[in-house]
Design a protein around this ligand. Structure first.
Ligand code: AMP
Length: 460
């Protein structure tokens, strides 16, 4: 099937030809004709399957063909996104797809000065891409009006809720005209999203082009068990041994990102960081440098996971597993995009077994383990099984320590097992002489609460 068969107009077909988009992807095949007809949409699309063009192309066409010219400070279509990076990326896509159309597209997000955004909005914008917090600021300052709004797109809606934007979204929804077209896109669907869809959408067409919460099939995934303190060493080892080219690496915290970048730079590997503490211009610069191939390794927190579109990225490495299982799908969706093959490798330590089990439940598969001979962990990563089960190692019987029996118990600096039993009556004589960490692993607990808020600064 061709794009022409979907009913797209000539200027868009010329652009798609120039971009070398030859055939529509499955989500585009379903979404484009429906959106052109004015239908609401509820779309669960695999990451990297072309969903941006799925809503951008028909919206650009409808706005070109219908409706009055945009008035001052007004917008005709609004695309709400969770992160600054995604806002930039959707804006770039709109500019690319709309290059032969007489429409104005623009993106607003927090972390940068609001004044230039207010100036730009004065002329009116046909398609505005925005993060909810900054849009609300602009709305409250009368810099943006919604009377002319014809269409609302919620992109990565689940992520907006994860990032705590529910209140801002509610306030914005109240400010929008009730009569409009609404398109809701999300890679993963929670019950909260389905409830939101029920409230916002009118007789929507539901599109589910991939199994729920699945990652692209073209991505090979596996994990390497490793002790936490040896992760950086293992990463450097893999980088050299596997002769990796560019790698996108995800770490849990901003501090973790900076520490790894520092370590890589010290080893002479070119690396840069993207996380919520960095000012927006430096985040964009890091991404541009990575895209241009000037930097080999880009290390990011999950804040960056959704917005990055990097062509032919062969490797994604989870230096830490994400706290929120859904983020795993988004992270590894940065590779294997638009049919390319990719690899997603997770470096997993014993502490992360709960996160691992949650991810495996979500994606419906147990990740293959590949031991790296020189990096077999001292702290064993408990085995997992389908359905999120964690197979704990059978506990060893408790060791009895009897003073004077040869077992060391009491001298300064000695290691104690916490409880010290004497003889046969099994009553503790000395309680918790000196607590020491369990040696030998087995059943280590994950620190983070699953389903909690991901690290990263909320864009405003
Ligand atoms: P998205 O899922 O919207 O982030 O798109 C993923 C990538 O696929 C982007 O790099 C797009 O430029 C690319 N893409 C989208 N649609 C097509 C298509 N029909 N043919 C080739 N590439 C596409």
């Amino acid at each position: 099937m061709s794009f022409a068969a979907l009913g797209l107009i000539e200027p868009l077909l010329v652009t798609l030809n120039a971009l070398d988009y030859q055939t529509p992807t499955p989500v585009q095949k379903e979404a484009i004709p429906a959106v052109l007809k004015g239908r609401d949409l509820l779309a669960a699309a695999q990451t990297g399957t072309g969903k941006t063009a799925g809503f951008a192309l028909p919206l650009l066409q409808r706005l070109t063909q219908q409706g009055p010219q945009v008035a001052s400070n007004s917008v005709r279509a609004l695309v709400l996104v969770p992160t600054r990076e995604l806002a930039e990326q959707v804006q770039q896509s709109l500019l690319a797809y709309g290059q032969n159309l007489p429409l104005r597209c623009y993106a607003v997000y927090g972390g940068v000065s609001i004044n230039p955004q207010m100036m730009k909005l004065r002329k009116g914008i046909d398609i505005l891409v925005a993060t909810p917090g900054r849009l609300l600021d602009l709305y409250r300052q009368n810099a943006v009006r919604f009377e002319q709004l014809q269409a609302l797109v919620l992109d990565e809606a689940d992520r907006m809720l994860d990032l705590g934007f529910a209140r801002e979204l509610d306030e914005l929804f109240c400010a929008l005209p009730k009569k409009r077209q609404t398109l809701l896109f999300s890679a993963t669907f929670s019950d909260a999203i389905r409830a939101m869809a029920k409230e916002l959408l009118r007789n929507p067409l539901s599109i589910e082009v991939s199994p729920r919460n699945a990652a692209a099939k073209s991505v090979k995934q596996w994990l390497i068990p490793v002790d936490k303190k040896r992760k950086a060493e293992l990463f450097l080892h893999l980088l050299a041994q596997q002769r990796w080219g560019q790698v996108l690496v995800f770490a849990k915290t901003r501090k973790g990102v900076d520490a790894l970048v520092e370590e890589l730079l010290a080893e002479g590997v070119s690396a840069d960081a993207i996380h919520g503490d960095k000012p927006q211009p430096s985040r964009l610069r890091a991404l541009e440098r990575f895209k241009a191939g000037e930097v080999q390794i880009l290390v990011a927190t999950d804040v960056a996971a959704r917005g990055l579109d990097i062509h032919d990225l062969p490797q994604v490495v989870n230096f830490d597993l994400p706290i929120v299982a859904e983020d795993y799908v988004h992270r590894i969706g940065r590779t294997g995009r638009a049919g390319a093959t990719g690899e997603a490798i997770s470096l997993v330590c014993a502490d992360e077994v709960d996160q691992l089990a949650a991810i495996e439940t979500l994606i419906g598969q147990v990740l293959q383990r590949r031991d790296e001979p020189d990096f077999i962990p001292d702290h064993r990563v408990p085995l997992t099984a389908p359905g999120g089960a964690i197979l704990k190692k059978p506990k060893k019987p408790k060791q009895k320590l009897v003073p004077g029996s040869g077992a060391s118990a009491g001298g300064k600096g000695n290691i104690h097992l916490g409880r010290w039993f004497e003889g046969d009556d099994n009553k503790p004589k000395v309680k918790a002489v000196r607590q020491v960490p369990k040696l030998g692993g087995g059943g280590a607990k994950a620190g983070g609460k699953l389903g909690g808020k991901p690290a990263g600064k909320k864009p405003r």
